[in-house]
Design a protein around this ligand. Structure first.
Ligand code: AMP
Length: 235
C-alpha cells in the first residue's frame, strides 16, 4: 500500500502576493489553505493585526476600534505606518522572503506608499489576485463567521465549524464574533470597499499584476488560485 503523502507546492521564485476581494469573500480562508499547501509562504492580514491590537487594548487598538466598529477605513497614513513597520520587523523586505498580504493595501494611496517601500528593497509585489464572489454568498458567510483572534483562524458555523463548538481547533481557546460582522456595519464595509476597490484594481491592472479568480465557494476558488500561483511561480 502506498503512503498517503500530502501534496505540497514548492515555489521556484519568491512570491509577493496581494489578495483583494470584498469583506467576506474568503481571503482569510484562502490564506489558511495556501499556508498549508506552500510551506515557504508567510501571511499578514491587516484586519487580524488590528483585532489583536484591540484585544490587547493598546492605544493604537483603541483608535482603530472606533473606525472598525463603524465599518470605516482607518486613515491611510496610520495603517500604512503600522503595516510597513511590521513588514520590516518580520524580515519581509529582504528577498527571497515569500509572502502574502490580505487587507492591505486597500486604497491607491496605501498601494503607492507600499510600492515605494518595497521598491527600495527590490521586493516589489509580483502578483495581485482578486477573489470574485457573488454578493449573495457573502452576507450569509458574514453572519456565520467566527474568528480566533490570536491566530486569525476563521470558522464558519455552516461549512467549516470548529470541532468543539465555540473553541479554536488548535489551541482550544474561545472563538469570537467580529464586532463589525453585523448586517448594518457590513453594508457600510461593502460601500467602502466599492468606493476604493475600482481605483485600486485599476492601479494594479496598469502595473500588469492583476488576475481574478471567480467562484461561489472557497472550494471552487482554491484550486483556481493554487493553479494560478503554480503556473507563475512553482511546479
Ligand atoms: P478586514 O479584516 O480586512 O475586513 O478589516 C477589518 C477592518 O479593519 C476594516 O473594515 C477597516 O476598518 C480596518 N482595516 C483593515 N485593513 C485596512 C486598511 N488597509 N486600510 C484601512 N482600514 C483597514
Amino acid at each position: 500500500m502506498t503512503a498517503n503523502v500530502k501534496q505540497i507546492t514548492r515555489l521556484l521564485k519568491p512570491l509577493r502576493l496581494l489578495l483583494l476581494g470584498p469583506p467576506g469573500s474568503g481571503k482569510g480562508t484562502q490564506t489558511s489553505r495556501l499556508l498549508k499547501q506552500i510551506p515557504q509562504l508567510s501571511s499578514l492580514s491587516s484586519g487580524d493585526i488590528l483585532r489583536q491590537e484591540i484585544k490587547s487594548e493598546s492605544k493604537f487598538g483603541r483608535e482603530a476600534a472606533t473606525y472598525i466598529a463603524q465599518g470605516k477605513l482607518l486613515p491611510d497614513d496610520l495603517i500604512t505606518q503600522l503595516i510597513t513597520f511590521r513588514l520590516s520587523t518580520m524580515g519581509w523586505l529582504r528577498p527571497p522572503a515569500t509572502w502574502l498580504l490580505d487587507g492591505f493595501p486597500r486604497t491607491t494611496a496605501q498601494a503607492s506608499a507600499l510600492d515605494g517601500v518595497l521598491k527600495q528593497h527590490n521586493a516589489d509585489l509580483n502578483l495581485v489576485v482578486e477573489l470574485d464572489v457573488p454578493e449573495s454568498a457573502i452576507l450569509e458567510r458574514i453572519e456565520n463567521r467566527y474568528v480566533h483572534v490570536p491566530s486569525g483562524r476563521v470558522y464558519n458555523l455552516q461549512y467549516n465549524p470548529p470541532k468543539v463548538p465555540g473553541l479554536d481547533d488548535i489551541t482550544g481557546e474561545p472563538l469570537t464574533k467580529r464586532l463589525d460582522d453585523t448586517v448594518e456595519v457590513f453594508k457600510k464595509r461593502i460601500e467602502e470597499y466599492k468606493k476604493t476597490n475600482e481605483p485600486l484594481k485599476e492601479y494594479y491592472k496598469k502595473s500588469g499584476l492583476l488576475s481574478t479568480v471567480s467562484g461561489e465557494s472557497s472550494d471552487i476558488i482554491f484550486p483556481k488560485l493554487l493553479n494560478l500561483i503554480t503556473s507563475k511561480f512553482g511546479h
